[in-house]
Ligand binder design. Structure first.
Ligand SMILES: Cc1cc2nc3c(=O)[nH]c(=O)nc-3n(C[C@H](O)[C@H](O)[C@H](O)COP(=O)(O)OP(=O)(O)OC[C@H]3O[C@@H](n4cnc5c(N)ncnc54)[C@H](O)[C@@H]3O)c2cc1C
Length: 262
C-alpha cells in the first residue's frame, strides 16, 4: 500500500510537469503498478481532466492519449483492423478485463517494463511517444532513454501499411510473459521486436536480407536463428535463458508464417 499526502487533479500538462519535477511527486496512471509499492507520495498528479483518454485516427496515424486504458486498445476496431489484431493480441493476456479497464497506456509505456507486451508490439510498428517537454520521439529511442520527470502525453502510430503479428508465451494464461515477440513487414522488409528476455524489448532488422518477399521455410529458419543470435537472453523464476532463446526462434517463425511466409 502507498500513501498520498497531496492529491492534485491538474488543469494543464504544464502544471503536471512543474509538479512532477519534485522527486516526491508521481504522475498517476491507473495506479495498478504503483499500488504494489509502499512509498509515500508527497504529490500525486492526476491527469484525468486533460482529455488524454481518446484514440484518434486520421489519414496518417493513430494518436492514443496517455489515459487510454489497455481495454480500449483491445476493442478499438480501427486499430485492430489496421494492424491485423496485433494491438488486441498484445494486451489480451494482461491479467483480466477489469484490470485492463484500469491500466493506462501512459503508465504502461512510460514505465518501459522488461516484460511489457504493448512495448514489444509498438516497437515493431512505426510508433512514437509524445512527451510534454521532450516532444515526439521514436519508440526505438524512447525504449532505451533514461527515466526522467517528463509527462507522456500520447502515443502515435503511423499508418504505413505494414503487416504485423504479435505473440507471447506464458507459463499459464494471464501470468507475466516468458517471452514476447512481434514481427512486422513493410514492403519486403521484416522487423522483429522481442521482449521479456527478461530485459526490455529490442528490435532486430533483417540487415542481411535473409528473407525474400515471400520467405521460404529455409529462409524463415535461417532468419529465426539470426534473430536469436543478435539478442541476449537471461534466466528468472519463469524460465531459463536456454528456454527463452529456443522460444525466440519458435515465436519468430510463427509470427512470420502468420504474416505471409510460405
Ligand atoms: C499484477 C500485474 C500483472 C501485470 N502483468 C502484465 C503483463 O503480463 N504484461 C504487461 O505488459 N504488463 C503487465 N502489467 C503492467 C500493467 O499492464 C501496466 O503497465 C501497469 O499497471 C502500469 O499501468 P498503470 O496505468 O497502472 O500505471 P501506474 O501504476 O499508475 O503508473 C506506473 C508508472 O508510470 C508513471 N506514469 C503513469 N502515467 C504516466 C504518464 N502519462 N507520464 C509519465 N509517467 C507516467 C507513474 O508515475 C508510475 O511511475 C502487470 C501489472 C500488474 C500490477
Amino acid at each position: 500500500m502507498f500513501t498520498i499526502k497531496k492529491y492534485v487533479v491538474v488543469d494543464s500538462l504544464e502544471e503536471a510537469y512543474k509538479l512532477n519535477k519534485s522527486k516526491k511527486a508521481n504522475v498517476l496512471g491507473g495506479l495498478l503498478w504503483m499500488k504494489m509499492g509502499k512509498k509515500t507520495i508527497q504529490t500525486a498528479i492526476d491527469l484525468s481532466n486533460l482529455n488524454l483518454d481518446k484514440i484518434e485516427e486520421n489519414d496518417e496515424c493513430f494518436e492514443i492519449g496517455a489515459m487510454v486504458r489497455l481495454r480500449d486498445l483491445e476493442v478499438h476496431e480501427g486499430l485492430n483492423n489496421y494492424f491485423n489484431n496485433a494491438i488486441k493480441d498484445c494486451v489480451k493476456s494482461i491479467v483480466g478485463v477489469q484490470f485492463r479497464n484500469c491500466a493506462t497506456v501512459g503508465g504502461s509505456i512510460f514505465s518501459r517494463f522488461g516484460f511489457s507486451d504493448p512495448l514489444t508490439c509498438l516497437l515493431a510498428l512505426d510508433s512514437y511517444v509524445k512527451l510534454y517537454k521532450g516532444g515526439i520521439i521514436p519508440m526505438k529511442e524512447f525504449v532505451n532513454m533514461p527515466y526522467d520527470s517528463d509527462i507522456l502525453e500520447k502515443i502515435i502510430i503511423k499508418k504505413d501499411n505494414r503487416k504485423i503479428s504479435y505473440m507471447s508465451h506464458r507459463n499459464i494464461s494471464t501470468d507475466f510473459p516468458v517471452l514476447t515477440c512481434a514481427v512486422s513487414k513493410i514492403d519486403d522488409k521484416f522487423e522483429v521486436a522481442v521482449g521479456a528476455r527478461p530485459q526490455k524489448a529490442a528490435l532486430v532488422l533483417d540487415e542481411e536480407n535473409i528473407l525474400s518477399d515471400e520467405p521460404t521455410k529455409e529462409e524463415i529458419e535461417k532468419f529465426a536463428d539470426y534473430v536469436e543470435s543478435k539478442l541476449e537472453f537471461g534466466s528468472n523464476m519463469r524460465a531459463s535463458k536456454e528456454f527463452r532463446s529456443h522460444l525466440c526462434k519458435v515465436l519468430v517463425r510463427r509470427c512470420i508464417n502468420e504474416i505471409g511466409g510460405m
